[in-house]
Design a protein around this ligand. Structure first.
Ligand SMILES: [Zn+2]
Length: 293
């Protein structure tokens, strides 16, 4: 037979731009005037995660090197890294990015997440066990750290840094431009984004020649991008297990969320955050470029 493996994709995460909630039905009802800002049934969209990672990655690059070119490269990397925590879901943007290859990786990450959940949950949590697959291990601070360390380790080998930059940039730029429905078709935008990703990869190859700190900068930006995703999910009602592996009120997987959670999934607030982040990168790059040395 040898055909493409069939992977069961959770329905809650069924589209490439909207990760979707693993907790369907968690849609609190709010009074009508507040509903557009507080109600939420889904998670933040992939496009929003990528856009916020674009800004935080770029700012990180500027803070470390104060070079606008590095800011641009780090922004592209941050956009892709901001999708990594959803690698615990085969149907997410990152889970589907390289077809069955990444889907299988996501299945493995999801299984690992469930195993770690079962292995570290407290007696209180075991009384009402959760699935432990999505929004658990990869949405913790050690999870983000692991993504950053892995990226840094890959960047230590020849061509490794350029490869990480290429993969993260292609994923990030294709996802950010997924929201640009006023420009061409989705397929065209994806192709242009993928080709564009070779520019930061080539820049990394040139910058990396004879230079030492590239590996930790790539690792740092991947960590910051992943953390940006986790903080984005913190703004939604489902929350994220920020304290893991430490216990909070008898739970290690206590789900923290913002005091006022966002209406997500194509809402005005989320769309505003995404567009402000996308527009924010050129602004900070221009400020850095014109700032006196
Ligand atoms: Zn997530």
């Amino acid at each position: 037979m040898g055909g493409r493996p069939t992977i069961r994709v959770p329905e809650a995460c069924g589209t490439s731009v909207l990760c979707g909630s693993a907790y369907p039905g968690e849609s609190p009802e709010f009074a009508p005037p507040l509903r557009p800002f507080l109600e939420s049934a889904a998670e933040m969209m992939g496009t929003s995660h990528a856009a916020t990672g674009l800004l935080t990655g770029g700012v990180t690059g500027l803070l470390v090197t104060s070079d606008p070119v590095h800011g641009l490269v780090c922004g592209a990397v941050g956009a892709g890294a901001a999708l990594l925590p959803d690698l615990d879901t085969p149907g997410s943007a990152v889970g589907r990015s390289l077809g069955w290859v990444t889907e299988w990786v996501a299945v493995g990450v999801q299984a690992l997440s469930r195993a770690v959940y079962r292995g570290t949950s407290t007696p209180t949590e075991r009384r009402r066990p959760q699935d432990g697959g999505h929004r658990f291990l990869t949405h913790t601070l050690p999870g983000c750290l692991a993504f950053g360390v892995l990226a840094a380790l890959i960047s230590l080998v020849p061509w490794g840094a350029a490869l990480v930059v290429l993969a993260m940039s292609a994923l990030g730029l294709a996802t950010v431009t997924g929201a640009w429905t006023f420009v061409g078709t989705a397929r065209l935008r994806k192709r242009v984004a993928t080709v564009t990703a070779f520019v930061p990869a080539a820049a990394t190859l040139l910058f990396a020649t004879g230079s030492g700190p590239v590996f930790w900068l790539v690792g740092l930006v991947v960590f910051v991008g992943s953390l940006t995703h986790v903080l984005g999910d913190w703004l939604t009602p489902s929350g994220v297990p920020l304290a893991w592996p430490f216990g909070v009120r008898g739970k290690r997987w206590w789900m923290f969320h913002a005091p006022l959670t966002l209406h997500t999934g194509r809402s005005r607030v989320e769309t505003g955050i995404a567009w402000a982040s996308t527009a924010g990168l050129p602004v900070v790059l221009a400020v850095a470029a014109t700032a006196p040395a």
